[in-house]
Design a protein around this ligand. Structure first.
Ligand code: GLN
Length: 446
């Protein structure tokens, strides 16, 4: 598959020919279920789009029954930016319903398969985007990351996935899951492409009140020769699988070989991250999903009166996982429990932020696992607690609003990819990409 950098240098004729071939290839790999559908009318370099990002006049459904038939009335800001840079949306990719999940099994369109081995999950919630890039069915894709949904499927499918600093990329036109955590980001074949796509989609936007209003770019200044101080977390990785530990040691050696300074640091027990995240995310999700009432958007199931219409629409439109989270979110926000759960989660979030701030006082980057294991086989994460725990290494990054990039390090004995992430301080995307590029170079995964 050609890279994004190469595609951007292609002539119109070359691009059109390439798009025809791409469509044939997508058709031949329909079983993967990476794409929900493919729309080829754009003129520019084709990019796959997660089904929670609005493209004007396209269907956009967050892989939910409740949004069947809904057509986006406007472009998300990231889509406007793609178009302005000569790229064009090309196909909607599969995902967990409303981005809730870690396996892409909760989609109303059925599950997506891992292109490396179809018996394994592709990860989630941006599993369709990861599978598309991993299988050579997309040059690059956009995903969204609320608690790891870009980085974890990227790691499971052997590609690069990057979550920007909160506020770097406009959320205007992104189907909200948990607004204080959500960020759109690039999913690509290599680090340089991720930097290029990040530059294209990031920047100030008055339509998103949480936007950082900063326009600094990274891809023209990439410098893998820069020597950095990188923290490793020996205690933090104790519960990871042997595969992940092996990848971790490999990455540490590679970083040393590249001349970086490695220092040991400690992080507070990640089990608190999980609680703080699931309280915060479900509380925000409950509020955000309140708008899907059958009156304004998508599917309606008529009842005898307005209340019954709401009730029937939501009962039939939302899947089980989404309903569970709406229940949990309402519970933690209800009077009497608000202080005990929601307020406590916000305090924990603050502690996590401070914890990172302390580490970043004297390091440039942190090396961390993305998930405790390689992509599990289907059915393995249906034990809910195990599924929730698989997020343990990604969610603190969202709670702290930091940028992080996941890249493939090695394959295990069964041939499944193992990815790791680098985490940077807020707005230090340049440092993140520089460090990731030097690690990528030394590791030479492909
Ligand atoms: N797996 C996490 C969740 O289900 C993260 C999802 C995401 O980042 N969108 O909430």
């Amino acid at each position: 598959m050609i890279t994004l950098k190469e595609a951007l240098a292609m002539s119109k004729d070359e691009l059109n020919k390439f798009k025809d071939e791409l469509q044939t290839k997508i058709e031949a790999n329909k079983d993967l279920n990476a794409y929900i559908d493919v729309n080829t009318f754009g003129e520019g370099v084709p990019v796959a789009i997660k089904d929670n990002i609005q493209v004007k006049e396209w269907s956009v459904t967050s892989a939910s029954k409740i949004l069947q038939g809904y057509i986006a009335p406007y472009n998300a800001t990231v889509i406007e930016k793609l178009l302005a840079a000569g790229l064009s949306p090309f196909g909607r990719t599969n995902m967990d319903e409303f981005a809730m999940g870690s396996t892409t099994e909760t989609s109303c369109y059925g599950k997506t398969l891992n292109p490396v081995n179809p018996e394994h999950v592709p990860g989630g919630s941006s599993g369709g985007s990861a599978a598309a890039v991993g299988a050579g069915l997309a040059i690059a894709a956009l995903g969204s990351d609320t608690g790891g949904s870009i980085r974890q499927p990227a790691a499971y499918c052997g590609i690069v996935g990057m979550k920007p600093t909160y506020g770097r990329v406009s959320r205007y036109g992104l189907g909200a899951y948990a607004s204080s955590l959500d960020q759109i980001g690039p999913m690509t074949q290599n680090v340089e492409d991720a930097a290029i796509l990040y530059d294209i989609i990031s920047g100030s936007d008055v339509k998103d009140s949480t936007n950082a209003m900063r326009d600094d770019k990274v891809s023209d200044n990439l410098n893998p020769e820069r020597k950095l101080t990188i923290a490793i977390l020996p205690k933090y990785i104790e519960n990871a699988s042997d595969d992940v530990k092996e990848a971790y040691s490999k990455a540490v050696e590679a970083l040393k070989a590249q001349g970086h300074t490695i220092v040991e640091k400690e992080m507070m027990d990640a089990k608190y991250d999980i609680s703080a995240y699931y309280v915060t995310a479900t509380a925000e999700a409950t509020t955000n999903l309140g708008r899907y009432d059958g009156i304004r958007y998508g599917n309606r199931v008529e009842g005898a009166n307005l209340e019954e219409t709401y009730y029937k629409t939501r009962s039939e439109g939302f899947g089980d996982e989404v309903k569970r989270r709406i229940l949990l979110g309402n519970f933690v926000l209800s009077s009497g429990y608000y202080e005990a759960y929601y307020v406590k989660a916000q305090k924990t979030r603050h502690l996590i932020k401070e914890e990172y701030a302390k580490i970043f006082n004297d390091v440039d980057l942190i090396l961390s696992p993305v998930a405790p294991n390689v992509a599990p086989k289907f059915g393995n994460l249906q034990i809910r607690w195990r599924c929730i725990l698989s997020d343990i290494y990604t969610i603190s990054v969202n709670l702290a609003g930091l940028p992080a990039l996941s890249l493939p390090i090695m394959k295990n004995a069964a041939g499944m990819p193992v990815g790791l992430q680098l985490i940077a301080n807020a707005y230090e995307e340049q440092t993140l990409f520089d460090g990731a590029m030097s690690l990528e170079k030394e590791i030479a995964y492909k």
